[in-house]
Design a protein around this ligand. Structure first.
Ligand code: CDP
Ligand code: MG
Length: 728
């Protein structure tokens, strides 16, 4: 099990035995100092590491002899070479030179705080060092990540470094996806997964050590951490970074997508070669940037004709399929320049080597909870100064770089917060409160949070849980609440399942919840927008976007879950498959709770009722065509153009929605028309029948008045016309 470190030792021994090799090694090492093209050094390393298990002299430069000697041929040679390159890469990381010191501190302390530059090797190496030091003999080495993509990609990388299959010695677990096995010794997971595990086993006995990665994201103040753990020692990994020149925008940038595209083109055409990293806020912007950049490139190639170097444009965001995500780490073919367009995932969690140019939009998307409105909204905010510095630093990993900030220096100095607001202080705590309650932590307001969230947020979240029936009048967990905790879902969706069970439409609700737990299934390529929109419309169930999702799934099932069927209908098959997997996992949980799978057949009204039951905090009343206000707080919200509700031909008086997305306007994401009496029946604390009746009456009166006014006007017109005819 200590193969990795034994290998390292062996190489060192061989090196010191052989002076010429030692020199060779140094040459390789210094070359690595300026790896922009790793190929050259990679060759050297392959040859050099061939000394493992080798007794005689080898001619390093002759591949054939080398292969013969190692009794490896063809594919096997490159595989062998590849793995040794990884080993060499491991040894080049700055954490490697401090390994012994670091492990010593870990052995002597129960808790330690490790600080180091991004890319120094914390995430990928620490777990392996622990494993190699025997920490996995009596348990698992766990490592938490704030992001799903990071957990997946890092686990993959570490499994490659350890030459094991993913799911064997190294695995990962994210919500709805457990890729670990009986052999797993190093497990990467999202912090959410670990938190849920504490429900089953509050002492986490199966772990021998836990690495809480990216802990700084909540606060840059490391002292705070150290103090919280009673003065835990702080270990600093000395980094190896290069200077990054920062260039600001002279005037505020009106459209940062356009700004970034222009900047990237200008770098590609005029600057020395080097890969580019662009920071955008989310999937849509990333797709738009990639599309525009590709278009601009094509234009450029067609005007200049010859000799234009290639530009490989690669998006990365959390919902991107894993195989496409992996592409950003690969070297572009034929020495092409690479341009990675990323969310803030590439800020700290993922390190792409060889980046020389960073283009920073200055914004990121954050989920922010507004306790007054009692809702989460995904919103675009300026990043903090710390995040901006971190972004710039990505250009200085392998050599001096440049960071183009698409905002002014004065915006950086005066409009950006010094460090980001910890997530716990800005999001809905529904899930956290529910979990803590089930861990028998009764007094939320007194709980020893590291960064206590605002009391308003805690109270508002408790209120929402009470409304959902998860907490009782004294704030204790109810029977329903206890069941809700079992699902790795936001409280409203967990409740929807339970109500689906009670109303006899669990099968249908289960599909809807699964579809809401995955990314958007509708595929809408920019160049085929019209066809894809038409294909989408065919699935519309006029009263409901939720039922539209149900309809898509049911039709996919009726078509034997076929891939070609998905392609024909502009649906992402991978995302649908994911939904199917989520469905089966949720079904397992329902089985353990002994909730039978009932179906309502095609009587989907009752499904709408179940949907209504969990969303009445997101209920809205009609104001104008496609225009609503939230029933509770009067917040305006709009039906997006692609909502199935337009299929009704009129806007329903009441609707509930899954979430509010703030873009140019506040849009209701996934809406369903509901009956006012359902709101009254199921959410008495918000709406009395009288209230909703009077709202209804108001609305009807208004419509009637308008109709009367219009009729009067028509009548007047007719009279006028008759007068005119008489005169003529
Ligand atoms: O955690 P920290 O930022 O200190 O570094 P890391 O994520 O462990 O990255 C160490 C090295 O592994 C970097 O040079 C990355 O480029 C590389 N890496 C990779 O090639 N593929 C991954 N999926 C993750 C890391
Ligand atoms: Mg890391």
């Amino acid at each position: 099990s200590r193969k990795g470190s034994a290998l390292v030792r062996e190489i060192h021994e061989k090196q010191s035995q052989n002076k010429s090799r030692q020199r060779f090694w140094e040459v390789a090492g210094s070359k690595l100092g300026d790896i922009l093209g790793v190929e050259k050094t990679a060759e050297l390393i392959d040859a050099d590491t061939a000394v493992v298990g080798d007794e005689g002299e080898i001619d390093f430069n002759e591949d054939a002899k080398f292969a013969e000697h190692m009794q490896l041929k063809g594919e096997a040679v490159s595989d062998f070479a590849k793995s040794k390159t990884l080993l060499q890469q491991r040894q080049y990381l700055s954490i490697y030179s401090q390994r012994d010191e670091l492990m010593q501190v870990i052995r002597e302390n129960q808790v330690i705080v490790i600080v180091g530059e991004t890319g120094s090797g914390k995430t990928t190496q620490l777990t392996q060092y622990l494993y190699e030091d025997g920490y996995a003999t009596n348990g698992i080495v766990g490592c938490t990540q704030p992001r799903r993509v990071a957990a997946m990609s890092v686990a993959k990388r570490v499994s490659e470094e350890m030459e094991t299959d993913l799911c064997d010695k190294v695995g990962y677990a994210i919500r709805f996806e457990n890729v670990t096995g009986p052999n797993t010794k190093i497990k990467y997971m999202t912090d959410g997964v670990l938190l849920r595990e504490t429900l089953k086993d509050s002492d986490l006995v199966k772990y021998s050590v836990i690495v809480m990665d990216e802990a700084h994201e909540r606060s840059l103040n490391t002292d705070k951490f150290s103090n919280f753990f009673g003065g835990a020692p702080l270990f600093e990994i000395k980094g190896r970074t290069f200077d990054v020149k920062v260039s600001y925008s002279k005037s505020p940038c009106e459209d940062y997508v356009e700004g970034a595209v222009k900047q990237a083109m200008s770098i590609h055409i005029t600057c020395p070669p080097g890969d580019i990293l662009i920071f955008m806020t989310g999937q849509e912007e990333i797709e738009a940037t990639c599309f525009a950049l590709q278009e601009r490139m094509d234009q450029h190639v067609s005007t200049v004709k010859k000799g234009v170097p290639k530009l490989l444009i690669l998006p990365i965001y959390s919902q991107l399929p894993a195989d496409l995500q992996a592409k950003i780490f690969q070297k572009a073919e034929g020495g092409a320049q690479k341009c990675v367009v990323a969310t803030n995932i590439a800020e700290t969690s993922l390190t792409v080597d060889g980046i020389l140019y960073v283009i920073d939009s200055g914004y990121s998307k954050m989920k922010v909870f507004n306790p007054r409105m009692g809702m989460d909204a995904l919103q675009v905010f300026p990043v903090s100064q710390a995040a901006a510095k971190q972004r710039a630093g990505r250009a200085g990993r392998t050599g001096p770089g440049i960071c183009y900030r698409l905002y002014t220096e004065s915006a950086f100095e005066n409009e950006m917060l010094p460090s980001p607001v910890p997530e716990i202080q800005r999001t809905n705590l529904g899930n956290v409160v529910l979990l803590l309650k089930s861990l028998k932590i009764e007094d939320m307001l007194d709980f020893d949070f590291m960064d206590p969230p605002p009391q308003d947020n805690i109270l508002s979240s408790m209120y929402q849980l009470w409304v959902l029936g998860a907490l009782d009048d004294v704030g204790s967990l109810t029977e329903r609440g206890r069941k809700m905790v079992e699902f790795p879902l936001d409280p409203p969706l967990a409740k929807m399942l339970l109500i689906g069970g009670e109303l006899g439409c669990l099968n249908e609700v289960l599909i809807i919840v699964s579809m809401l737990s995955v990314a958007n299934v509708f595929f809408r390529p920019k160049d085929r927008a019209e066809e894809s929109d038409a294909a989408r419309e065919k699935f519309f169930v006029p009263e409901s976007d939720h039922l539209t999702l149900l309809n898509v799934y049911q039709q996919w099932k009726a078509n034997q879950y076929r891939v070609d069927w998905c392609n024909d209908h502009y649906l992402h098959v991978k995302i649908l498959r994911k939904a199917r997997e989520v469905r089966s996992q949720l079904l397992d949980i329902l089985k353990t709770l002994k909730i039978p799978l009932t179906t309502c057949g095609l009587d989907w009204d009752v499904v709408r009722k179940a949907i209504c039951s969990s969303y009445f905090h997101n209920a809205a009343i009609l104001k104008g065509i496609g225009e609503y206000v939230n029933c509770r707080n009067g917040m305006p919200c709009y039906l997006p153009q692609n909502s199935a509700l337009y299929g009704l031909g009129y806007s329903p008086d009441y609707a509930v929605y899954h979430e509010l997305i703030l873009t140019t306007k506040e849009y209701m994401q996934c809406a369903t028309a509901v009956e006012p009496q359902w709101l009254a029946e199921m959410g008495l604390m918000f709406f009395s029948v009288k209230d909703s009746d009077s709202l209804m009456l108001d609305h009807q009166k208004k419509q009637k008045d308008e109709k009367t006014a219009m009729e009067e006007e028509m009548e007047n017109l007719r009279e006028e016309q008759a007068e005119m005819e008489k005169i003529n």
